[in-house]
Structures are given as C-alpha cells and as structure tokens.
Design a protein around this ligand. Structure first.
Ligand code: SF4
Length: 223
C-alpha cells in the first residue's frame, strides 16, 4: 500500500502511439503540469486541467483497464515526487510500467524495473537547451540488463533537426546500445521525407509515427 496523492490530468485506455511499444493496448496515467513550453506540445491541456487523486485510487483505475502495459506520462511526470512510489508500487504488483518523460529531469531516481522512454528535444522544439545530458550518461553507464530499460525518442521538425540528431547519435554512439525512436513533428515534417533521410544515411534508428493521431483525430484527448 502506498500513501500520497498526485495531480492527475487523465487516466485512460488507448493504443500506445510513440515508442517501441507502439501498437500495444496500454493504460495511461497522465500527470498534470510541465511548464517546459515545447513549441509543438500536444498535451498543453495537462498544464491546468487536473484533479488530486490518491495513489491507490490511481492504481485501481489504471489496473481496471486490464492492459498489458501501464504508462506514466504527462505533462512532465517526474515533477511530482509521489510519482516514484506510484511506479514502484505498480512494479511490485507485477505490471510492466513505461515512463515517458520530456528529458529535462534526471531519471536516476526511477525504479530500475520501469522502462524509460526519454525525449531528446530537437532545436525546433524551442527547448533543446534544456535537455538533461545526465540521462544519456546514466543510460550509457548502466549495466546491460538496465540498459534495456532505456530508449530515446527524437521528434524532428526539419532537416536541420535531423542533422543535429544525427550528430548527437554519432557523438555518443547511442544506436549501438539503445533503441532510438525517430519521428516527425505532426504537420511540420512529412514522414516520407524523414524516411528518405534515414534510408539514405543507413541510420540505425526506428522510425515512428504518432499512431494515435492516425487512428483518431489528431487533437483528440484521452487517446
Ligand atoms: S515536455 Fe512534453 S508535456 Fe512538457 S511542454 Fe514539452 S511536449 Fe509538452
């Protein structure tokens, strides 16, 4: 039993849309609040639209969907201290837990059983200078079993974003050790263009589309 409360934007059941788990049914716990101000943020409603819920009630609602995965997302989920016991408790209960974080805060305190999907923000996000390099180092320093629990996500809006992403990947040899998900900012860069660049450069990344935006209207909430 965990005590504590979290400020929650929504708890819902959907298809995981943007990670190596894309396509799987998943229960989502979206925590409220972020404040990073990415230009293409598609969950800005999570800034203000929230209610305080007890951890055990959050778990009860998420588990009720009987999904194979439970994802903790935001907003920026790591802003709220009670998110750590929430993830730990979900793991203790035997669930496969995903964390999706904006990559500004360290993931060092996250339960090692949690699969961490960490954004690396590209220049056209407007917040590239806020990326936390400690997360890349933490992943590189992890032992092989723990390394499998990290993946990085890069959402690109232009050719210059792509060039920037490529140099970062080469600098840290990230594709040697991690799944790198690379996608487009919806409406800013055509998937076909990015696919062409990846193929031309023989880049060892996994291209992704935000699946939920193709299944449902792109601005629909709760999916
Ligand atoms: S980190 Fe995520 S939730 Fe926060 S502003 Fe950026 S895109 Fe939106």
């Amino acid at each position: 039993m965990s005590t504590g409360t979290l400020n929650i934007s929504e708890i819902f059941h959907s298809i995981q849309g943007e990670s190596s788990f894309a396509g799987w049914p998943c229960a989502f716990i979206r925590l409220a609040g972020c404040g990073h101000g990415c230009i293409s943020c598609d969950t800005s409603y999570a800034e203000s639209d929230a209610r305080i819920i007890d951890i055990e009630e959050i778990i009860r609602q998420a588990v009720a969907f009987r999904a194979p995965f439970i994802e903790v997302t935001g907003g920026e989920p790591l802003l709220q201290p009670a998110v750590y016991p929430l993830m730990e408790r979900l793991c203790d209960l035997g669930h496969t837990v995903l964390l999706e974080t904006g990559g500004f805060l360290s993931v060092a305190g996250v339960d090692p059983r949690v699969h961490k999907i960490i954004d690396i923000k590209a220049p056209s996000s407007g917040v590239c200078d806020k990326n936390n390099p400690a997360n890349i180092q933490l992943a590189l320093d992890a032992d092989p079993a723990c390394r499998q629990k990290f993946e990085f996500k890069m959402v690109l809006g232009s050719r210059s974003d792509y060039e920037w992403a490529k140099s970062l990947l080469f600098e840290h040899r990230l594709t040697d050790s991690f799944t790198i998900m690379m996608g487009v900012m919806f409406g800013k860069l055509e998937p076909q263009e990015l696919a062409g660049w990846i193929l031309n450069d023989r880049l060892s990344v996994r291209m992704q589309l935000q699946l939920h935006k193709y299944i449902w209207p792109p601005d629909m909430r709760g999916v």
